[in-house]
Design a protein around this ligand. Structure first.
Ligand code: PHE
Length: 345
């Protein structure tokens, strides 16, 4: 064993450490000179074959070489790691001046925009909100609304039957009976917004599912003037001060007298045009004075109480407000349709 050899080994190692320009290369150098299979290790294991004096002498030298190489590697490693980190940070710098990705915010279906607006108007007039089931009994949907089993007006309100006695309600009017029965006496002023169903073939003006807001006012001395004033205020708030309403005689089994309510045409202001088929008016809802039988059947004495009721289609109002040409669009979830109402919501 020559000290020369050991010094050569040390110099070779220091040279390679110096040359290593990344941590991986330096790790390889470490392997070459310090691993169990390295020359240094094999020299170390040969120490046992030497005399004790020589062993001491060479042992010190070998150890000195090992410490020198180890320290040199550690120093260089710290240097390389710092450089590599710096490079990595430089590489990963985020350019905060780049414009961000625009998030897409949806729009509310115009149906809900209008429903909310309608409800707000009625709440402002002092109405409370009442609720009733969509799966309704024949009894509430028809009988208590003064439409007995063989009544011809049932033909216009065919629906989806759950069984002989239960069906999807054809209008929100059964909530009238539910509210009166729950209250039993005293004044009532409620609206009932909700889904309604009819067995209709869907087309631009018909949908098997639609929605209404029912209104019911019951008190002593309620007359048709109250009905007209309420609806007039609603129409002016909904469609603008210039709109006028007209009550046209009609028929519903649960009101007497019954009226259809028209509003002046937005397009011609009442003069008559193609949109209103020359009449100057567009129909918007059905209403009337609550039929004495309806009051009586739900526990209100028609000799003491009178009331008015109305039922207005929510889609109908939205269609007239926005000029929408097809009721099905409310239900098709086509974002191209819905996005057009972004401002409105
Ligand atoms: N229920 C009627 C319909 O759906 C509307 C209406 C309600 C008419 C209340 C008069 C009174 O067509």
């Amino acid at each position: 064993m020559e000290k020369e050899t050991l010094l050569l080994l040390q110099n070779a190692a220091l040279k390679q450490i110096e040359e290593a320009d990344n941590s991986e290369a330096l790790n390889n150098v470490r392997n070459t000179f310090l691993s169990k299979k390295s020359e240094l290790s094999s020299l170390m294991s040969q120490l046992g074959t030497l005399s004790s004096e020589q062993r001491k002498e060479y042992g010190q030298v070998i150890n000195g070489v090992r410490v020198t190489i180890t320290n040199a590697i550690e120093q260089k490693m710290a240097l390389l790691k710092a450089k590599e980190l710096e490079a990595k940070l430089a590489r990963e710098t985020i350019d905060i001046t780049l414009p961000g990705k625009e998030g897409s915010v949806g729009a509310r279906n115009p149906f809900y925009v209008i429903e909310e607006e309608m409800i707000e108007i009625f709440l402002g007039m002092g109405f409370e909100i009442a609720d009733g089931p969509e799966v309704e009994s024949d009894h509430y949907n028809f009988e208590l609304m003064n439409i007995p089993k063989d009544h011809p007006s049932r033909d216009m309100q065919d629906t989806f039957y759950i069984d002989d006695n239960n069906l999807l309600r054809t209008h929100t009017s059964p909530v009238q009976a539910r509210v009166m029965q729950a209250k039993k006496e005293g004044p009532i002023r409620v609206i009932c917004p909700g889904k309604t169903y009819r067995r209709d073939d869907d087309d631009a003006t018909h949908s098997h599912q639609f929605a209404q807001i029912e209104g019911l006012v019951v008190d002593k001395d309620i007359n048709i003037g109250h009905l007209k004033a309420t609806l007039e205020l609603f129409v002016k708030k909904m469609f603008g001060e210039k709109r006028e309403i007209r009550l046209r005689s009609s028929y519903f089994p649960f009101t007497e007298p019954s009226v259809e309510v028209d509003i002046t045409c937005a397009n011609c202001g009442g003069k008559g045009c193609s949109m209103c088929k020359g009449t100057g008016y567009i129909e918007i809802l059905g209403a009337g004075m609550v039929h004495p039988n309806v009051l009586k059947m739900s526990g209100y004495d028609p000799e003491v109480y009178s009331g008015f009721a109305f039922g207005v289609g929510i889609e109908r109002v939205a269609i007239l407000r926005y000029g929408i040409d097809d009721i099905r669009k409310f239900y098709q979830n086509d974002v191209r349709f819905i996005r057009q109402f972004k401002k409105a919501s």
